[in-house]
Design a protein around this ligand. Structure first.
Ligand code: THU
Length: 126
């Protein structure tokens, strides 16, 4: 699975985005070490703080299926479905990634590949 292929799956996942309040759709495609791909989209709620990001949807889907080892995630998002600008993951999603992934975990965006270490160098851990 190439980064480009994973990014295309992330873009595809954004089609199911439920973003009636922000009109900012996000899709994520999470590549597991066993080769499986879990996709996710952002799902908003009228009680705004209950909204879940695309990345966490994908991660929670995977973990709930018993899959906890990951090598990369691709993320695409933008206002009104315009994905030209890179959509960086929020701090909450980076923290959730850090629960399951090491510093070399790859985060694939439209501007290229990053690592968890690069995006969140000092992470909380128990
Ligand atoms: N969003 C994500 O899906 N992922 C992120 O990393 C940051 C933000 C969503 C949440 C909300 O539905 C919309 O983008 C605007 O904040």
């Amino acid at each position: 699975m190439t980064n480009e292929e994973l990014l295309r799956l992330g873009e595809g996942a954004a089609k199911n985005s439920y973003c009636k309040y922000s009109h900012f759709s996000v899709g994520a495609a999470l590549l597991a070490k066993d080769g499986r791909v879990f996709t996710g989209c952002n799902i908003e709620n009228g009680s705004y703080s209950l909204t879940i990001c695309a990345e966490r949807t994908a991660i929670f889907k995977a973990v709930s299926e018993g899959c906890t080892e990951f090598s990369a995630i691709a993320i695409a998002g933008g206002a009104d479905g315009d994905f030209t600008q890179a959509c960086y993951p929020c701090g909450a999603c980076l923290q959730v990634m850090s629960e399951f992934c090491g510093g070399s975990f790859r985060v694939v965006l439209t501007d290229g590949e990053h690592t968890l270490d690069e995006l969140m160098p000092n992470r909380f851990s128990l």
